[in-house]
Design a protein around this ligand. Structure first.
Ligand SMILES: N[C@@H](CCC(=O)N[C@@H](CS)C(=O)NCC(=O)O)C(=O)O
Length: 367
């Protein structure tokens, strides 16, 4: 079947939404023709909820009037429709590391992104306005502020669910500042994470680093001051367009290693606990689809520990990382093992998934 590639897609989302930012940047980079529409209250009622069955943004309406949800799935589908300027590189090791950092950006950097947005008064007030503008763009700014405050309650209320509490906040901030410093070193050396074109790593990291941490006013100042090369990368990613260059992989530059080391320290054990709790949940024979959270687990950042809910979606994302690892062979596998073993990430990479998850109708189900 010939796809109507000359017809536009419609991105439905919000200027302040993490995953909308990720997908917008990807669409621009790929030069995929699209219009953007705000995810207003009426759009949730008329399109988002009835057509996807869930309440997430962004969604992408295709030229054939299909409605796609979940940025990871959307990017997969678009990569097969638009093979030019692929986000995968010819280098299997780079691709694996990119999938790893994609997962880190999407699933873990939500923690500093949500903390800074909702715990810092200046950011919070800005977000109220943005939420209100998105929901009811035709209302007065006073009305938008009221609506924004109501809508924001649920998001701000999610902080403890993610493990953001007065006890963990100092470690979350310390970890974020160290990450900024590592990313700054990396992006001083190259235009994108792995060299001269963006990969999935860039799009995954960009979501939280742009829409929250590079756009909310307090966080933007912090980034500009502490990590100007990251701010410059945000600009490149925001206005990206296809690049006529060949990827030069920087996986052996040593600059990526501290970033993966931090990911391993903070996420490795959370992943192992998640796989186990999802398996325990499956064993109890609960009704499906699998709920958004299935219990809680402990995690540590630096030397501070906390509790957060267990997200089966993290397992689904991790299955992709494991599948990518499973495709490595010979020297590529040896390179990855040599890199990851001292960082302590191999147990999570090699952990058995007892109850694999699949995604169907925008929900998770046991395979
Ligand atoms: N995994 C999804 C996540 C989408 C998502 O969480 N979007 C946020 C806005 S940035 C949202 O709609 N949240 C609503 C909620 O958490 O209920 C993706 O990649 O698209």
């Amino acid at each position: 079947m010939v796809m109507p590639l000359d017809t536009k897609y419609t991105l439905i989302g919000s200027p302040c939404s993490l995953y909308t930012g990720k997908l917008r940047s990807y669409l621009r980079y790929k030069a995929i023709p699209f219009d953007e529409t705000l995810s207003t209250q009426s759009c949730y009622k008329s399109v988002i909820i009835p057509r996807t069955g869930v309440r997430y943004i962004p969604v992408l309406v295709t030229p054939e009037d299909e409605v796609w949800q979940d940025t990871t799935v959307i990017i997969d589908k678009l990569e097969s429709r638009f093979p030019n300027n692929p986000v995968a590189t010819p280098d299997a090791v780079t691709n694996f590391l990119a999938e790893l950092l994609h997962c880190y950006g999407d699933e873990w950097l939500v923690i500093p992104a949500m903390h800074y947005r909702w715990s810092i008064e200046e950011n919070r007030r800005f977000a109220y306005g943005e939420f209100g503008f998105t929901a009811v763009p035709d209302a007065t700014s006073e009305e938008q502020l009221q609506v924004g405050m109501q809508l924001a309650e649920r998001f701000a209320g999610a902080l403890p669910v993610l493990g953001v509490t007065p006890q963990t906040i100092p470690a979350i901030e310390q970890s974020y500042l160290e990450l900024l410093s590592d990313l700054n070193a990396c992006l001083t050396q190259s235009d994108f994470i792995f060299g001269n074109t963006p990969t999935l790593a860039d799009f995954g990291l960009y979501g939280p680093l742009y829409a929250h941490l590079g756009r909310d006013p307090y966080s933007k100042r912090l980034m500009d001051e502490k990590a100007p090369a990251v701010s410059a990368w945000i600009q490149r990613m925001t206005f990206s367009s296809p690049l006529d260059t060949t990827v030069t992989a920087l996986t052996d530059s040593g600059l990526i290693t501290p970033i993966i080391a931090r990911m391993a320290d903070e996420m490795g054990d959370v992943i192992i606990q998640t796989l186990k709790q999802v398996a325990d949940f499956a064993a109890t024979g609960h009704a499906e689809p699998v709920p958004r959270t299935v219990g809680s687990l402990s995690f540590s950042i630096g030397d501070i520990s906390g509790q957060r809910k267990t997200f089966p979606f993290l397992q689904w994302k991790w299955q992709r990382v494991q599948a990518c690892y499973g495709q490595l062979a010979g020297q590529d596998k040896a390179t990855v093992d040599t890199l990851l073993a001292p960082l302590g990430l191999l147990p999570a990479i090699q952990a058995k998934v007892e109850a694999p998850l699949v995604r169907r109708d925008n929900q998770l189900w046991f395979a």
